[in-house]
Design a protein around this ligand. Structure first.
Ligand code: GTP
Ligand code: MG
Ligand code: ZN
Length: 382
């Protein structure tokens, strides 16, 4: 799974934006992006030293080889996207207001501060400019100014692009990992350009609000069910898609068992030895989380268990506390985290899908494969 997806020595990359498959190396042309977001091919100038050329190629882009229809503009992917073999496309799936965007921002912040060191992994931004942009737009307002991220704008009629990405290295394995986070409304909205990236994903982080009454306007589990149905309809490989279900906003129920027991544990406790994850611990947490959702009449969120081979569940809190209504200096209302933002265990679902994808070696491929699906109260053995 960690080897490049090759066909006749070509590295075939699936463009997550338009779903076109193409040989990454067929056209070596690189592009630089101007301040005005124009893409210009980089060619060696007459007499230009190799070193200078190479420097200009830093942060370059590649054009997606999809044939364009009239009125369509070409789109581009960071040059490093296809350089290390098959990238891992991770999607955040869940109803609107579940906390997908806060969870992603909290994960990126943890990665930034080097929290993957704990498992001996390194992450470098896939494209530094795009990453800085993501941090300035989502991470900094949240962590520096305690300002909640706004609900993601539903964008149905344009293909989605990934928000941020890293090149993750563990031992001899290097793989680009990119994140898609669109609005819950778009996930639930049928077959739209805005959610077709779902057909290109390699792993899924399902985000569930423990309080199901808070979900937005759409049918409460439509985002999850619809995504699963579409993936199931694809090729047989799909049942291998690793899924981590994150029960978010656990800060609000932190004194309740079993939440208390798990939320107090340090981040990545089960992955201290990334090559040999603690499957027992992961199983116990998944079992408790399964029971927790089932008791709350949230069985629909457990559907991935019947569809996919590898599923883990995690109690997390993206923000560590509940935000309160405030007003900024311009009188604009916003949600503020008065005690600062302190994520709890947000990297566990991410590292779990990375492990299940084989990034940390073969033992990870058994993560989330349980002796039997967790039983519910009717089965009597939880
Ligand atoms: N208490 C608590 N609130 C949270 C947490 N994470 C997110 N929230 C709140 O939940 C609300 C929704 O969070 P978002 O991240 O915007 O949710 P989303 O799933 O991205 O929603 P859409 O973009 O509309 O699909 C925000 O008001 C956050 O303040 C958490 O860990 N704890
Ligand atoms: Mg969002
Ligand atoms: Zn494309």
């Amino acid at each position: 799974m960690t080897t490049p997806f090759t066909r006749n020595d070509a590295t075939v990359v699936l463009c997550p934006t338009c779903l076109h498959e193409f040989d990454w190396n067929a056209d070596p042309t690189l592009y630089e992006r101007t301040k005005g977001r124009q893409f210009i091919p980089i060619f060696q100038l007459d007499g230009e030293p190799e070193r200078v050329l190479r420097d200009r190629q830093l942060g370059a882009w590649k054009k997606c080889a999809a044939p364009l229809r009239e009125s369509e503009n070409p789109h581009f992917l960071p040059a490093r996207y296809g350089q290390y073999g098959r990238p891992l496309v991770v999607a955040f799936v869940g109803g609107s207001n579940a906390g997908k965007s806060h969870l992603l921002a909290a994960m990126v912040r943890e990665i930034e501060r080097g929290a993957l060191d704990a498992i001996g992994a390194r992450a470098d931004a896939l494209d530094h400019e795009e990453h800085d942009n993501y941090v300035a737009t989502f991470v900094d307002p949240l962590f520096r100014y305690n300002r909640a991220i706004e609900s993601t704008t539903p964008e149905r009629n344009a293909p989605a692009e990934f928000l941020d990405g890293f090149v993750v290295t563990h031992g001899s394995v290097t793989r680009p990992v990119v994140f898609f986070d669109v609005s819950g409304e778009v996930l639930a909205s049928g077959r739209d350009l805005g959610n077709q990236f779902l057909l290109a994903i390699d792993a899924m982080i399902v985000v569930a609000d423990w309080d199901r009454t808070r979900v937005g306007r759409e049918d409460i589990h439509a985002a999850v069910s619809w995504t699963l149905r579409r993936l199931q309809n694809q090729d047989g490989r799909r049942h291998d898609l690793p899924v981590a279900i994150a029960i978010n906003k656990c800060d609000e129920v932190r004194f309740e068992d079993p939440v208390m027991r798990w939320l107090r544990r340090p981040q990545l406790a089960a992955f201290r030895q990334a090559r040999n994850p603690d499957r027992q611990l992961l199983w116990q947490e998944s079992r408790d989380a399964y029971a927790y959702l089932f008791q709350r009449d949230m069985g629909k969120w457990l559907e991935p268990y019947s569809v996919f081979r590898q599923v883990t569940m995690h109690f997390v809190s993206a923000t560590g506390s509940q935000g309160v209504g405030a007003e900024d200096q311009f009188g604009t209302p916003y949600v503020r985290f008065v005690n600062g933002v302190r994520p709890k265990r947000v990297l566990d679902p991410l590292v779990s899908v990375l492990a299940m994808s084989g990034l940390f070696g073969p033992a990870g491929l058994q993560v989330g494969v349980w002796p039997e699906p967790p039983r519910t109260a009717q089965g009597g053995d939880l």
